[in-house]
Design a binder for this molecule. Structure first.
Ligand code: NAD
Ligand code: UGA
Length: 464
């Protein structure tokens, strides 16, 4: 079959895989190829067990794989064969040298730029899909600009806004698609090519264009604003606990103001995921780099509140359980950084588990999708860690439950059945406010929600 467009994506991760599967699904007359230096990942994409868990992903991969969606290992040939190249490699926080702990580590990204340069024999459109510091496209242009052949490269910025756990619906029905380009004739032509792809299934009014630097920066700012909302409500959850207010009620009242909006106001154990922290730290680094320390410290406080919230959750457990956790069994319900994903990168559960182990608690971890990753994250930890997928088995003979991920499953558990198998007095620390607190209290649990007064049987006995 002759395909109308040939698209390559370098990087077969959480973004590259699902976003390319969506393009292949919506554009059956385009050939979409995904490559990665990690050959195990490519094998997994070609197997029955995909490397990424996302509701709805398997269905669209099954419909497209081998027809117009291909996962392959041969990067060199693919670069030379394809005209449109998305770059979706990882851009983690740099852990060495200048900018360590703050700036983006661009080594994977730059290696890709050099590979594109080395293996290209014709003009190409190169699209930044990875999240990058503002002005990165300039470096890409400079590297590619050193090409010797009679061909050119046009660099576009097309940041990805999907969230894990809802990737497929976000990709199918995004709030917007942002495309940044140079305002030159060739830049606008390349932009039009990319618009044409998305216009296959996304209404044109949702496809917005800007200059490259605005596009790069918008991605960092969008994540910073989202994380800021989470830190804002989490900071208020601490105040609610002191002032006998209920953070859910406060969030509802505040969020109903249409100028504020109700989304991203769920208080909890703090934000995790591979991007919020790294992207804010990257923004902080950029602000300092451009001589704006006040702006930098404003955004840095979003990360600090997030760390405070996680530590607060642990100190609350210790204080509520009579100031000692040594030898006590604590069941961690949920290790993924959010529900509907197996991803544990920067999950608050990692920090909280480590702290519980430091206190010599025995930790039993349950999660429907993330146990493999949890075991990798905690491989170096000393202490007693058990992994059990079944939440009922995990909770049996525990002193406390700590709910750390908003899996729907945890809303529906039979807490009466769980309570019966636990050591008494039994504690429930709801780090996501997803259980029915009054009902669990009535069952017999001492319930410690987030940002609401605790429901403690000790307290009511003292008062009566
Ligand atoms: P990931 O680590 O899951 O995937 C990146 C992949 O790139 C890895 O499989 C890695 O092996 C591969 N890679 C690295 N260097 C390569 C090279 N030279 N050639 C070929 N492959 C190479 O990362 P991710 O979560 O998919 O994120 C990718 C980018 O997208 C990051 O910049 C991230 O900030 C951004 N982003 C992520 C999300 C998300 O939900 N995870 C959402 C929006 C944007
Ligand atoms: C986030 C953004 O939502 C995406 O738009 C963006 O593309 C992506 O980062 C990225 O750049 O990687 P993601 O991290 O997958 O997506 O998931 P979110 O739904 O944003 O949740 C992030 C964290 O915040 C989770 O730990 C979640 O539990 C927490 N959160 C979210 C709260 O604690 N409260 C809320 O109200 C919302």
């Amino acid at each position: 079959m002759k395909f109308r467009k040939k698209i390559l994506c370098i990087g077969a991760g959480y973004v590259g895989g699902p976003s390319m599967a969506m393009i292949a699904y919506k554009c059956p007359d385009y050939r979409v190829t995904v490559v990665d230096i990690n050959h195990e990942r490519i094998d997994a994409w070609n197997s029955a067990e995909l490397p990424v868990y996302e509701p709805g992903l398997e269905e669209i991969v099954k419909k497209t794989r081998g027809k117009n969606l291909f996962f392959v290992k041969d990067i060199e040939n693919q670069i030379s064969e394809n005209d449109i190249i998305f770059v979706s490699v990882n851009t983690p926080t740099k852990m060495f040298g200048t900018g360590a702990g703050m700036a983006a580590d661009l080594q994977y990204w730059e290696k890709t730029a050099r590979q594109i340069l080395q293996y290209s024999q014709s003009s190409k459109i190169v699209i930044e899909k990875s999240t990058l510091p503002v002005k990165t496209a300039l470096a890409m242009e400079r590297i590619l600009g050193s090409a010797k052949g009679n061909f050119t490269f046009e660099v576009l910025s097309n940041p990805e806004f999907m969230a894990e756990g809802t990737a497929i619906s976000d990709l199918e029905n995004p709030d917007r698609i942002l495309i940044g380009s140079r305002e030159t004739k060739s830049g606008l032509k390349a932009r039009a090519e990319l618009v044409e792809i998305y216009a296959r299934w996304i209404p044109e009014e949702k496809i917005i264009t800007s200059n490259i630097w605005s596009s790069e920066l918008s991605k960092l700012v969008a994540n910073a604003f989202l994380a800021q909302r989470v830190s804002s409500i989490n900071s208020i959850s601490a105040l609610c606990e002191k002032a006998d207010a209920d953070v859910t009620q406060v969030a509802k009242a505040v969020g109903m103001d249409s100028r504020i909006g109700g989304k991203f106001l769920n208080a909890g154990v703090g934000f995790g995921g591979s991007c919020f922290k790294k992207d804010i730290l990257n923004l902080v680094y950029l602000c300092n780099f451009y001589g704006l320390p006040e702006v930098a410290s404003y955004w840095e406080s979003v990360v600090k509140i997030n760390e405070y919230q996680q530590e607060r959750f642990v100190t609350n457990i210790i204080a509520s359980m009579f100031n000692t956790l040594a030898g006590k069994k604590i069941c961690i319900m949920g290790f993924a950084f959010k529900g509907n994903t197996g991803d544990t990168r920067e999950s608050p559960a990692i920090y909280i588990t480590r702290r519980l182990l430091e206190e010599r608690a025995e930790v039993i971890i349950s999660d429907p999708q993330a146990l493999k990753n949890a075991a990798l994250d905690l491989a170096a930890e000393k202490g007693s860690i058990t992994y059990r997928e079944d939440p009922y088995l995990a909770a049996a003979s525990c002193h406390a439950l700590a709910i750390l991920t908003d899996w729907d499953l945890y809303r529906k558990l039979d807490y009466k059945k769980i309570y019966k198998t636990m050591v008494k007095p039994a504690f429930l620390f709801d780090g996501r406010n997803i259980t029915d607190h009054k009902k669990c209290f009535a069952i017999g649990f001492n319930v410690y929600p987030t940002g609401k007064p605790p429901l403690s049987h000790f307290k009511s006995r003292q008062e009566s």
